[in-house]
Design a protein around this ligand. Structure first.
Ligand code: FES
Ligand SMILES: [Fe+2]
Length: 386
């Protein structure tokens, strides 16, 4: 639902009904392997909130099958490397999180030691001959970027520009760096990761799949994400309230869960939900009182891990009246409904009769997502899987 907070500059509706991706792209292991090799390593992937990385620790992460580690040195500075020793390739970080002295990363096998910046410092009991240069045997670096308290990694030697769909400044009025995780929801979905993103990118399913959410966000009752998608819309149309029933935010009660963020503009308050998309691993929904971060992780061609983190100001969590379930039950229900829809979709598209679908003009963001996926793959990929 990426368009919810865009200014209604023009109708985004497609002028045709394009074919969707080949059905096999959602379950064929060869297509999945292409994505793992050509798409995921070329993009910025969410790896956790800054606060997860404690000073003096190594932290395992995995992207597209690559074993990585995030190093947090004794000053809290973050760097990332491939989790492999330059001697004979042992893993360096052997646990999800393990402490090191903050200065030297020591290989558990023959004790080669590296600085927190990845330089080889010692070959321990091995005495190198003259043809060995320590400087040529630093750890393999991985690009790391911190944005609004979120840590991203990129496997590419030349990382692409970091580009959330609404720009890097869209959340500047939210106190993003101060927010802490107050609740986590995780669910394994029996669907391809693209099925999840396609569902995210349209609201045609909203009236049927999300009755409670559609009550809360009236535009969703029309199967639309934003007013400018309506056929009757004109640029001079006055904006309607984003939320129905006098609700102030996305909670079960409709009430704010804590004091609203103080720097939001009137328009940001009025929009009630700002969706920010960072393909292929993360989307954010920023409300007036909290933010939800949702991670999409492919496990196999037909399995995807969905993980949601609710982020609050510490003062909000500390309120004696704070009711976390009033906040988290609302979107958890929505994500369960989406997850079920995605699994139904996955099962149906495996019919031998279904080779590809057709998109409706309202599915412009689905189409954009599919074109984005194809942009990473060789030109003839789609034709080869029909
Ligand atoms: S493999 Fe790391 S020191 Fe030998
Ligand atoms: Fe949905």
């Amino acid at each position: 639902m990426t368009s919810a907070s865009l200014p209604p500059a023009a109708s985004p509706l497609l002028d045709h009904s394009p074919a969707s991706l080949p059905a096999r792209s959602y379950y064929d292991p060869t297509w999945f392997e292409l994505e793992q090799r050509l798409l995921w390593p070329k993009t910025w992937i969410y790896a956790g909130r800054v606060a997860e990385f404690v000073a003096g620790t190594l932290n395992r992460r995995s992207i597209a099958g690559e074993n990585l580690m995030v190093v947090c040195d004794d000053t809290g500075h973050l760097r990332a490397f491939h989790n492999t020793c330059r001697h004979r390739g042992s893993e360096l970080c052997v646990a999800q999180t393990q402490s090191f002295n903050g200065k030297l990363i020591r290989c558990p096998y023959h004790a080669w030691a590296y600085s927190a910046s990845g330089a080889l410092v010692s070959t321990a009991f091995g005495t190198p001959s003259d043809d060995f240069t320590k400087a040529d045997h630093a750890l393999f670096p991985v690009a790391l970027k911190v944005w609004n308290g979120f840590v991203f990694l990129c496997l590419a030697d030349e990382a692409p520009a970091f580009e959330p769909d609404l720009g890097t400044e869209i959340l500047n009025n939210w106190p993003m760096n101060d927010l802490v995780v107050g609740h986590v929801f995780q669910k394994r979905l029996a669907c391809n990761w693209k099925v999840f993103w396609e569902n995210y990118n349209e609201c045609l399913h909203c009236p049927g799949v999300h009755p409670v959410l559609s009550q809360r966000v009236p535009i969703y009752q029309q199967g639309l994400m934003a007013p400018n998608e309506a056929r009757s819309w004109s640029p001079s149309a006055l904006p309607a309230p984003a939320l129905g029933d006098g609700a102030e935010t996305w909670t079960v009660s409709g009430k704010l869960c804590g004091p609203p963020f103080t720097r939001l503009t009137e328009q940001e308050r009025a929009e009630a939900h700002t969706f920010v998309t960072l393909y292929p691993s993360l989307y954010l929904v920023a409300h007036a009182d909290y933010v939800r971060a949702v991670t999409v992780i492919p496990i196999s061609p037909e399995e995807t891990l969905l993980r949601a983190e609710w982020l609050f100001l510490p003062d909000t969590l500390a309120q004696s009246s704070f009711d976390v379930s009033d906040v988290t039950d609302f979107a958890t229900q929505v994500m369960k409904e989406d997850g079920e829809a995605c699994e139904i979709n996955q099962r149906g598209l495996k019919s031998s009769k279904f080779t590809h679908g057709r998109l409706m003009p309202e599915e412009f963001d689905v189409y954009g997502f599919q074109q984005w996926v194809l942009s990473f793959l060789p030109k003839d990929t789609e034709a080869g899987f029909k």
